[in-house]
Each structure stands twice: as C-alpha cells, then as structure tokens.
Write a protein that binds this ligand. Sequence first.
Ligand code: SF4
Ligand code: SF4
Length: 388
Amino acid sequence: MKLTMTKTISFKPLSTPATDEAARVMGICNSCRYCEGFCAVFPAMERRLVFTPSSIHFLANLCHNCGACYHSCQYAPPHEFALEVPKALGRVRQETYAQFATPPALGRLYQHQGLALVLASIAGFMIMMIAALIVNQGSLDKLFSAASTKDLFYEITPHNVLVGLFLPVFAWSVLAMARSGQKYWRNLSNMAVEQPHFSTEARQTFADVATLRYLDGGGEGCTSENDQPTKRRRIVHQLIFWGFMLCFAATSVATVYHYLLDWPAPYPMLSIPKLLGTLGGVMMVVGCAAVLIQRPKRHSALKVPEQQTMDIGFVVVLLLISASGLVSMVLRTTAAMPLLHLFHLATVLTFFFLMPYSKFTHGLYRGLALWWHNREQLNPSRLRLSDG
Ligand code: SF4
Ligand code: SF4
C-alpha cells in the first residue's frame, strides 16, 4: 500500500466565542459518550483529546441538527452545565459559512440579510434581462405582445442573452465555491491523517451524502417541536435534495439535446427534460413548503436565531425556482408566460449567484467533513489525537 502523508498546511483559524463554547460542550460529551450512536459527530469527537478551532469546524459540519442529543442529555438546561450541543455546533456552522466564503464580506452580508439579498438579486436580474432584451431587440414587444403567448422560449430570451448572463454567473459561482471548499479542506488538513484510501473514502462519502445517512437521530428520526422523534424532517430533506438533483438532470439532458443533438427548447411534455424537471420541481415545492411550515415550530434549543434569515433566504429561492418553473410550464400558452419565464430565469440566476454564501455551502462543507470522517475511520491507528 502506498504510504502518503497528508500535507499539513498552516491555515489555523482563530477561536471565537462560538468555537470556545463548542469545545467546552465537546469536552463534557467526551467524558460522557452517552450519545455515541446518534451520528458521526460523537465517534469523531471520541477520536480526539482536545478541541481546536479546526476540529470544532469539522465536528460542527458533521452535525445535522437532528436534536437527538439535546433531548437525551442529562446535562441540558436547567443543569448547571447548560449543554446544548445542537445549538453550540449550529453557531459554529454559521460562522464557517462566512469565514470560508469567497469573499468573506459577501458571506457575512448574506448571513445578516439573506432573504433581502435573495429578493434584491431576483429584482436585479429581472432588470438586467429586460435591459438585455431592449438592447437585443430594440423593444419589449416580445415580452408583452400577443405573439409571445405561444411557446416562444428563445424569442423571449434569445440564446445569446441566456449564455451571456448564465455563463459568468455560473462560472463565478463554481470558482467561489471551489475556493471556499479549498479553504475549508485546508482547515481540516490541520488534523493530519495518513494513508488516504481515496476511492474507498470517495465511495463511502458519496453513499453517506446521497442517503443523508446521519439525518436520522440514530435511527428513530429527528426531533422538532418536542422530544418525539419522527422521520418527517428526513423525508422533507430527501424531497428537496432529490428534487434538486432531478431538476439538475433535466437541465443537463436539455443541454445535451441543444448542443449535441441540435434540438433546442422548448420540449414536449413527454420528453425526458420535461418529465425529470416536472417531477423534481414538484418534489422541491413540497419539500421547501414543508420546511417553511415546520421551521418555526422547532424547539428553541434547536434553532440558531442569527441563522434564520440565511436559512429562510435559501429555502425561499429554491421554492421560487421550482414554483415559477412549474407555473410557467402550466401557463406556457398564455400571455403571462413571458414574464413568468423571465422571473423563473431570475430566480435560477439568483440561486447560482448566491450559492457560495447560502445554505448550499452547508452541503459542500458537510460533504468534505464526511469525507474527512471516513478518512479518519479508515486510518484509526494513525490519527493525531490533538491537532494544531
Ligand atoms: S449530549 Fe449530553 S448525554 Fe449526550 S454525550 Fe453529550 S453530555 Fe452525554
Ligand atoms: S443534533 Fe443530532 S446530528 Fe447534531 S450532534 Fe446531536 S445527535 Fe448528532
């Protein structure tokens, strides 16, 4: 077997009140260990003797906020230890979204004004597309004329307008996400592990992410408003995750049709892009609506108030994307279609533009943290127990 030392890079995040509190909490949990079967956080915690900011960032992003450890904890308030593991790790997670964002200032802005930023971006992209239409076509006739009440996909938004808007936004998004992921990985790399089993780690991490493996409170489900676990939160997350993946698959198939088969949109109802997109859109609408309804009812110990606008902004943009896509498909032969179509495109552009700062990064950091967790599990005898 090839022996490879993971390179240790001197990227040492500073401690904050949130990482200090999470380190205090983990120190107590490490003596207790009652919750070790609930999720990946506790086995990863048990591999450590001290908790530096790097290891706290790692543990925080392994947590799914299922609530199981809070309701099982004999040291939760009113005990003098006042242990609130989900909230302590949630506060650190929130910090990682801004700390590793590229640029961090945009991450902080999204954290404080997430919903406002989403709505402002949608409005901004609508204005940009309308301006692009005027420049391209000399007027807005296509947007309001009777001629546009048919399936005139590229008449309303010419291909060059779409490419000119989407390409830079998408490229920006991918680059910013890649940079953020790199910074987060470098942070994890403070915790040296040897002998990476790349393909085994990759396979296990993919399976963990695809099945949302640890989003079940150890098997019984997540708690929400009280200490009764249910599978509802897991189902809702699966709906959003797989709904999003189906919509992504629909767009990918449409791209192949357009560029390789010379078959431009719009596509008939029984085509693959429409079927995948419709099913994915319905799943996302149901999932996002359920999150928005359930969220206020969650136990206060499971909520990080400072994160509210960020969370809601992300779910709202997903809901608007899926709902506007479905509505514009249903109303595609009416006079409302052109404006609906523009609105849908503006929501998609907003999603990509804000993706590096939104809850989407939660998926990126969690995936990387899970990868690291699998790496440590595959190399248990070679761990350094006190990083950095
Ligand atoms: S959350 Fe409470 S019960 Fe669970 S391991 Fe920590 S101290 Fe023990
Ligand atoms: S809230 Fe759930 S996922 Fe988070 S540490 Fe507790 S048991 Fe693990």
